[in-house]
Design a protein around this ligand. Sequence first.
Ligand code: 9Z3
Length: 313
Amino acid sequence: MTSWEEFYACHLPPSDFEDNRQLLKQFCENHLKNKNQNIVLITSGGTIAPLEHNTVRFVDNFSAGNRGSASAEFFLDRGYAVIFLFRTKSLEPFTRHFSGQQFLDMLEINDREHTENPSINVKPDSVDILLPILRKYKEAQESNRLLYINFTSVSDYLWLLRAACEALASFEKRALLFLAAAVSDFYVPQDDMPKHKIQSSGAPKISLQLVPKILKPLVGNWVPQAFVVSFKLETDDSLLIAKSRESLMKYNHKLVIANILQTRRNRVVFVTPTSSEEIILTKEQALSGLEIEEPIVCEIIKRHEEFQATVAQ
Ligand code: 9Z3
């Protein structure tokens, strides 16, 4: 058995796995009928590696979910069907524009006469902000082009990722994978994990193992015809391009988008085996409200289209 096969053999699927597998299957079957429909799987947010079965403590991976949720909106704008595989409570498309309090501040209660039927209105000066987002959200819902599936642990994520790939495989080159989730590299295997909360009577010895590299079977076996884009996160700029190339060599996918933690909102590098191209957001662009995900998605779609055209020959 390979290390990834062993991982699935030793880790049970999440309790709602079968329901999610059916949702993925249904969603893909619906869109597969339309021969011109492109589809993207976006992974977003960080996975956790629990330290206890009844989890009180866990090791988390950094990601707010901004990259994935903003990109989902831009892919929807461009006509893609979107599977949004995200960490529970991380940012989601559309609602990401309003943190809870901001949203409530856009509303007012209409009970001037203290009637029995008070209503709620959107404040007139908030309509311009809310309306375009609400329109796009409704459009995505009505056209059934957005499916939300959520995970918390790295094991849940790996089960759902494989199920999503199985559902997507028939799209062949029409499928795009946008793997922006920050996935744990280390974890405590289920068999080595204590059942209950680790007691603080002495310093615990925690031994982490390597999570199997899932890009290998994903690119090689699960969706061999799809256009796979992974993200590489580093904190040391001198490693960024070399690490991205190493990943391309190992897994043989199409593109790595490299970014540094501190500058991820205004600089990314598109790395292929033979090229590296930067996308940079200027201060002025950022101030005008442009998000870097818009040019990122635009460039990926261009490359996806080129890829579809070449393999079709
Ligand atoms: C990324 O590099 C994403 O761009 C960010 C986005 C997580 C930085 P936010 O969600 O941040 O907008 O706050 N994702 C990939 C991270 C990762 O763990 N990649 C693995 C690696 O670098 C390869 S799959 O080794």
